[in-house]
Write a protein that binds this ligand. Structure first.
Ligand code: DGL
Length: 262
């Protein structure tokens, strides 16, 4: 049972940041990844559409022998987690709850910021998660629709002044509220972490990918569900596997897995 797959899905490429974090701390886990590159990005879509896509994503994964599902995409998790939990009788992990919990645990002044896609911010999933954890926390959020395309164009290195300027603009209203912690609530934003640190050197930066992987590890341990043997990791996409392979090398250095087209 424990060597069964963890099924990870995302709207496309970004979920590889979550896979990278999982591989780092759970090196023996067998993983099936599905990136819905055909319908990416989800962050600009309507909720009803996202729910339908999320159902299809999970259905694709469910044909494999799974022990758990990880929703790597913040947008998909924010909008579709309940749907997936109701569909399958296995643990479903997301990114919004662990990031919110961790942010609440390290914020001293109880002022937290979150940046994410338009759909994730509009869903209010982060607001609700934070309120469930600590009613006193004030959450300030900003949708950042320009960041995903910039990251996918590889424009996230320190010398990309255009990206830095745009990011500064997105962070300004949150920093003006005196936040002491910022959730990077999107699969793509861990690649911008250095830039965020330069703009806001004195705040805690929480990568939803890292904390989600940590939560997965803790829960697998608790449930006695850790794998003891790495057999395989498989990657599937719904379109353009060549572009996925190119981007995968940006998201995970030396990514040399075969990519299967469904
Ligand atoms: N994976 C998405 C997220 O984390 C970003 C890309 C998209 O909009 O689909 O919200």
């Amino acid at each position: 049972m424990n060597n069964k797959y963890i099924g990870v899905f995302d709207s496309g490429i970004g979920g590889l940041t979550v896979v990278k974090s999982i591989m780092k701390i759970l090196p023996k886990e067998n993983i099936i990844y599905f990136g819905d590159t055909l319908n990416s990005p989800y962050g600009d879509k309507k909720e009803e559409q996202i729910i339908e896509l999320v159902k299809q994503d999970a259905k694709f994964l469910a044909q494999f022998d799974l022990k758990a599902i990880v929703i790597a995409c913040n947008t998909a998790d924010a909008i579709g987690k309940d749907t997936i939990m109701n569909m399958y009788d296995m643990p479903v992990f997301g990114v919004v709850d662990p990031a919110s919990k961790y942010a609440c645990s390290i914020s001293k002044n109880k002022k937290i910021g979150v940046i994410a896609t338009k759909a994730a911010i509009n869903s209010k999933a982060y607001d609700e998660a934070i309120k469930r954890i600590d009613e006193e926390v004030e959450l300030y959020s900003n949708a950042c629709p320009l960041l995903v395309p910039l990251v996918e164009q590889g424009k996230f290195t320190d010398d990309c002044l255009e990206t830095k300027q745009i990011l500064e603009g997105y962070l300004k209203p949150l920093l003006e509220k005196d936040i002491d912690s910022l959730i990077l609530g999107c699969t793509h934003y861990p690649l911008l972490e250095n830039m965020v640190r330069q703009i806001a050197p004195n705040i805690n930066i929480i990568s939803s990918s890292d904390v989600a992987a940590k939560k997965l590890k803790e829960d697998l341990e608790k449930m006695n569900m850790m794998s003891d043997e790495l057999i395989e990791r498989k990657f599937y996409v719904s379109s353009d596997s060549n572009n996925f392979a190119r981007l995968a090398n940006i998201f995970i250095k030396d990514f040399d897995y075969k990519i299967n087209l469904i």
